[in-house]
Design a protein around this ligand. Structure first.
Ligand code: NAP
Length: 290
């Protein structure tokens, strides 16, 4: 069997297309959806991600304000900027690009973002609402993008066993909650660095979502025949043959496509969906102000 490609680029394009009408309606009422993206320091990967987010805003007619701060910026300065963005009624979404420099407390800073502008969905109010399955929450973009992609491809989750590898607050944990929630109805196991018998856990799963950050950690031999594999991981691996000197690989061996029924490519799988869901959250936040 060769797995079908779970094409995040195509799904993201469909999400963007569907957003256009909603954005027009906002504009008709005088509201210009507006995302503020704050980046601190010079992490090259973060700058690539921010660039993709700003370009998506440009494609869709969402206004973006891009704030770049030096790596030595103090936490107090960033607190002041967050307060200003919270108080600016023309801004609907605030995104603080992760990771922040180590002298900053990322969680404490996330807590300062107005939950109605928290388009990353990481504020405790939004994560709490997610646990309660409330409709008035902004859902973290990456796990929400995974759910949207599964739905778009017609992949059933109801009654299936799902293994989420990784338990971060931005991907693994919300992913597990979404897969287990009413409507999705999967039976979910969450694995992490202390999990024993990872291979066995994996071999039992109808759906595997890998969000670890370790290149090719999940082996082809761990994947059950016909399983759905979603590879969230984006890892830079040195490659002298590549013009950039590195290539991007996922957390799952590429050859897993020989046993899976569906698999996301890296790049071009979950990444574009994360950006599309950010656009959707920004539009949703703007609509709430109408
Ligand atoms: P993270 O916060 O570092 O979390 C990684 C998780 O993996 C942790 O829960 C950790 O377990 C677990 N882990 C580490 N080593 C493990 C092992 N040997 N076996 C099993 N579990 C292990 O990372 P993240 O933010 O969730 O991101 C994960 C990956 O997804 C990264 O490659 C990141 O770049 C990528 N990502 C991609 C997108 C996208 O749009 N495609 C978006 C976000 C993230 P412990 O909790 O026990 O430490």
């Amino acid at each position: 069997m060769v797995a079908s490609v779970l094409d995040g680029k195509a799904c993201a394009a469909a999400v963007e297309e569907a957003l256009k009408g909603r954005i027009e309606k906002c504009l008709d009422t005088g509201i210009v959806p507006h995302l503020a993206v704050v980046i601190v320091g010079d992490d090259p990967a973060s700058h690539v991600y921010v660039g993709a987010k700003v370009r998506a805003c440009q494609r869709l007619g969402i206004k973006s304000t891009h704030i770049e701060l030096g790596g030595l910026t103090s936490e107090d300065e960033l607190r002041t900027i967050i307060a200003e963005l919270n108080n600016d009624s023309t801004i609907h979404g605030i995104l603080i690009q992760s990771p922040l420099p180590i002298h900053m407390d990322e969680e404490a800073l996330t807590d300062l973002i107005d939950p109605s502008k928290d388009v990353d969905g990481f504020h405790p109010v939004n994560l709490g609402r997610l646990v309660q399955s409330r409709e008035d929450c902004l859902i973290p973009c990456t796990p929400n993008g995974v759910m949207r992609m599964l739905d778009w491809a017609g992949i059933q989750t109801k009654g299936k066993t799902a293994l989420v590898i990784g338990r971060s607050r931005n991907v693994g944990m919300p992913q597990a909650i979404l897969l287990a929630s009413r409507g999705a109805d999967a039976t979910v196991t969450v694995a992490h660095s202390r999990t024993e018998n990872m291979e066995q856990q994996c071999r039992q799963a109808d759906i595997v979502v890998a969000a670890v950050g370790r290149p090719n950690m999940v082996k082809k031999s761990w994947i059950k025949d016909g399983a759905v594999v979603v590879d969230v991981g984006i890892n830079r691996v040195d490659d002298i043959n590549s013009p950039r000197g590195y290539i991007l690989v996922g957390d799952v061996e590429k050859s897993a496509n020989e046993v899976a029924s569906w698999i996301t490519p890296v790049p071009g799988g979950v990444g574009p969906m994360t950006v599309a869901m950010l656009m959707e959250n920004t539009v949703s936040a703007a609509e709430k102000t109408i």
